[in-house]
Design a protein around this ligand. Structure first.
Ligand SMILES: C[S@@+](CC[C@H](N)C(=O)[O-])C[C@H]1O[C@@H](n2cnc3c(N)ncnc32)[C@H](O)[C@@H]1O
Length: 181
């Protein structure tokens, strides 16, 4: 369901990483695994981190072969404590995740820590103006942050945003922040 609903946004987010084929890429909060499937043909090695054991189990079954060969490494973990050495990942994508992250500053500092110098980070979020109007989302604890607050948090983490794309998908606005370390 996540893969179907978020397809266009995830496709655009992965494309914005502009992978060159020989790099190490990471999808944080991969959910249904659409991003992992798009990263695999475009990167030398792919990592996925998700906080949900259910999503991990599902991805391990979907990508059994890639996991067995070591091309895909899946870890249960949080954006605020990533299981990687400093500067070890070339490109990171994360879509529709920060609504569930309480301390955005800590999460982005962690992304910046594991990103290699010159690495790229693409963060995708639904339009906060529209999402903020949905009682269903706000009542269910979604953290809806204004665009300016997200850009400021990225800057504070050392992830400047040279490119900010907006588009409409599934009738909703979507933002991609293409950041570089
Ligand atoms: C709405 S889904 C988005 C899935 C996918 N990225 C997409 O856009 O379709 C959010 C995913 O983020 C994961 N998640 C939530 N909080 C997280 C955190 N702190 N660290 C890593 N993953 C998290 C959830 O388990 C879920 O799989």
């Amino acid at each position: 369901m996540l893969n179907r609903r978020n397809r266009e946004a995830v496709v655009k987010a992965v494309a914005a990483l502009e992978l060159t084929g020989g790099e190490t890429a990471l999808d944080i909060g991969f959910g249904g695994g659409l991003g992992l499937g798009l990263l695999l043909p475009a990167a030398a090695r792919v990592h996925g981190v998700d906080i949900s054991a259910t999503m991990l189990d599902r991805a391990r079954a979907t990508f059994r072969e890639e996991v067995a060969t070591g091309r895909l490494v899946l870890d249960e973990g949080s954006m605020t404590a990533l299981p990687f050495a400093d500067g070890s990942v070339d490109a990171i994508v994360s879509t529709n995740t920060i609504y569930f992250v309480e301390d955005l500053g800590a999460a982005l500092a962690e992304v910046a820590r594991v990103l290699a110098p010159g690495g790229r980070f693409v963060l995708g979020v639904g339009d906060p103006d529209l999402m903020g109007k949905s009682r269903m989302l706000t009542d269910n604890g979604f953290r809806i942050r204004p665009v300016a607050a997200i850009e400021a948090a990225l800057g504070t983490a050392g992830l400047g945003v040279p490119k900010h794309e907006r588009f409409t998908h599934a009738g909703l606005g979507f933002h991609l922040f293409v950041a570089a370390k």
